[in-house]
Design a protein around this ligand. Structure first.
Ligand SMILES: Nc1ncnc2c1ncn2[C@@H]1O[C@H](COP(=O)(O)OP(=O)(O)O)[C@@H](O)[C@H]1O
Ligand SMILES: [Mg+2]
Length: 289
């Protein structure tokens, strides 16, 4: 094995050979006692997150569900290391990463896809490999593999404005996967897609999770999205964001290949319960403010 191969091997880890599924045990991500506030113009501070404790099982798809302003994006930024927490710890695969910079083993799909319009799909994906110990052939190979993996064979030369919303999502996904993260963070990634395309992307996420052996933490305000896609849903109460309730959906309704059916009565019932929880915790915060 050359040095480059070795580096690549370490970077990738065993991800491609494993498909642990939601029940493999072990904790991929653990947040303990996370608090975060931001300074405000009037000199005060806005408390955004309070006492967040969260464990995500290895191989699970975990949803964080909460209404707008409940601190979901801030929490993902803290996990990724982009934003430091005021207090608390972030542990990934048993290692303490509190206050670390963007973790090499974490992929992040932002809410707006943040594709660079002046770069082709290929060049957007390759961007995530800059600073990696790869020569140009290896880089091209990695990008080609990713394009295939997300179903974009033949579209590498297209610019973002030449792609549909679903295809842009696939490019953003490929960019966040090309470094083979163990943990994928997604911030309302499909909120701007039409329903059919969103469902296709949900199926894609399940497939890629199984293929690449990842753990996924995604945030959404879409109750149905959480109910069809997630193994476990954590509901955030707003202002400040606090964990109100966690529902183990996989225990009640194992993921039904390729995806849970949003019209299945059991899923409809979970959606109803989650909506009730959100309404209850929102009403409680409104009553306090
Ligand atoms: N960098 C920042 N500086 C000041 N306030 C911020 C900053 N980032 C987020 N906020 C505030 O924190 C609150 C939660 O924001 P956010 O995490 O984006 O919520 P969500 O993603 O759930 O909609 C909002 O009131 C927002 O205005
Ligand atoms: Mg947000």
């Amino acid at each position: 094995m050359t040095q480059l191969d070795a580096a690549k091997h370490i970077e990738r880890g065993p991800a491609l050979s494993t498909a642990p599924g939601a029940r493999s045990g072990g904790t991929a991500l653990k947040l303990t006692g996370i608090n975060k506030s931001f300074p405000q113009r009037d000199g005060g501070r806005l408390e955004v997150l309070r006492d967040i404790d969260l464990s995500v099982r290895s191989g699970a798809i975990q949803a964080l569900l909460g209404r707008s302003g409940s601190g979901k994006s801030t929490l993902l930024n803290i996990v990724s290391g982009l934003t430091p927490a005021d207090t608390g710890t972030v542990t990934v695969d048993g290692k303490d990463f509190t206050g670390g910079t963007v973790l090499p083993m974490v992929g992040y799909v932002f809410q707006d896809d943040r594709l660079m319009p002046w770069r082709t799909a290929r060049a957007n994906i390759a961007f995530a490999l800059e600073n990696q110990p790869l020569d140009s052939n290896e880089r091209a190979e990695e990008v080609s593999e990713m394009l295939t993996l997300v179903g974009l064979d033949g579209f590498g030369a297209a610019y973002p404005n030449e792609l549909s919303g679903g295809m842009r999502s696939r490019v953003a996904l490929a960019r966040s996967l090309v470094r083979r993260p163990k943990l994928l963070l997604m911030d309302e990634p499909f909120s701007r897609l039409d329903e059919e395309t969103r469902t296709a992307m949900h199926e894609e996420i399940i497939r890629l999770r199984d293929l690449l052996g990842m753990t996924i933490l995604f945030v959404t305000h879409d109750v149905e999205e959480a109910a069809v896609l997630a193994d476990e849903v954590t509901v955030l109460a707003p202002r400040p964001g606090r964990i109100a309730e966690t529902v183990d959906i996989a225990a009640a309704l194992p993921q039904h290949p390729p995806l849970r059916d949003g019209t299945d009565p059991a899923v409809v019932e979970i959606i109803r319960q989650l909506k009730c929880t959100i309404a209850r915790v929102s009403a409680q915060s409104d009553a306090r403010s």
